[in-house]
Unconditional design. Structure first.
Ligand code: F3S
Length: 284
């Protein structure tokens, strides 16, 4: 059996950096907290819990912390969270991905210039919640995700608009929405802040699944980028399965095929990818 393993499978640069940051803080000792789960991977989060790392799931939980280190994950957070951590005298370790950090800077500057910031993305995603939290409170950002939302957008005719994107947004959709907004006659400044890591991973997944007889997508159950990979692969290869670890594999769908493709979402650790790959190699 031939195994086609995606080169882009697993942690992206930002996630790898964030996870390594937590493990290295654990080594340093003391009370360690992450604001939100460090990644959408149950195995990693539970391993860190065993090492004493506590996940804070809300501002209220953050407010109840009296000492220790708070780590900000790769998605980033609003400016308010930084202020709370500093005001409480907690040790702040910032593992925000530098690509997300760049968006925070752009949004803050544009907003301070009096421009209306539009974020193309999903308003419920933590990264977007963090981004909009860097805008001037007097001029809150507007989040646009759909064709209809872009068509319905209106503002003062003299409004100056600055558009950025959630890092994992689909590039074609971003272009489509930007085109709709640009035709409305406002002074528009567009900064494409989509991260290449997602696009490259999706392209490779599409390519491999189109050649495979069976496709395995490895990811956390709550990982939206892994779910998206599953959708892409399912369109190319009917025999696609989504697993969190090798325990979830359905052997019947792999048994009699000659080519198996494997990819994994940005929150899947290398050891889980290797474990699935070895399982397939040794058992079929
Ligand atoms: Fe950063 Fe791109 Fe990953 S923005 S967290 S390297 S998907």
């Amino acid at each position: 059996m031939e195994i086609l393993l995606a080169k882009t499978a697993g942690f992206c640069f930002g996630v790898k950096r964030a996870v390594e940051t937590v493990y290295s803080e654990v080594e340093n000792g003391g009370h360690i907290y992450t604001f939100g789960p460090i990644i959408h991977n149950e195995q990693v989060v539970s391993d860190l819990e065993k090492k004493g790392v506590v996940t804070l799931n809300s501002i209220e939980e953050l407010l109840s912390v009296t000492s220790g280190t708070v780590i900000i994950r790769s998605h980033g957070v609003s400016e308010e969270i930084y202020k709370i951590i500093e005001s409480k005298g907690l040790n702040l370790v910032d593992a925000t991905c530098p690509f997300v950090k760049k968006i925070h800077r752009i949004v803050k500057e544009e907003s301070q210039k009096g421009r209306q910031v539009i974020v193309i993305g999903n308003s419920k995603h933590p990264e977007v919640e963090g981004i909009i939290g860097w805008c001037d409170a007097k001029k809150p950002a507007i989040v646009i995700e759909s064709h209809d939302e872009a068509c319905n957008f209106t503002a003062d005719p003299n409004e100056k608009i600055s558009i950025v994107s959630q890092t994992t947004f689909n590039f074609n959709k971003f272009q489509e929405l930007v085109e709709i907004l640009s035709k409305k006659g406002y002074d528009v400044n567009v900064v494409n802040t989509i991260c290449n890591a997602t696009e490259e991973r999706q392209k490779e997944a599409k390519d491999i699944s189109s050649k495979a007889d069976a496709m395995i997508v490895i990811g956390g159950s709550k990982s939206s980028n892994s779910q998206k990979l599953y959708e892409i692969c399912s369109r190319e290869c009917e025999n696609t399965q989504f697993v969190q670890t090798s325990d979830d594999l359905n052997p019947d769908s792999i048994r009699s095929v000659s080519r198996v493709g494997i990819t994994a979402g940005a929150s899947t650790p290398k050891n889980i990818i290797e474990e699935v790959q070895n399982y397939v190699r040794l058992n079929f």
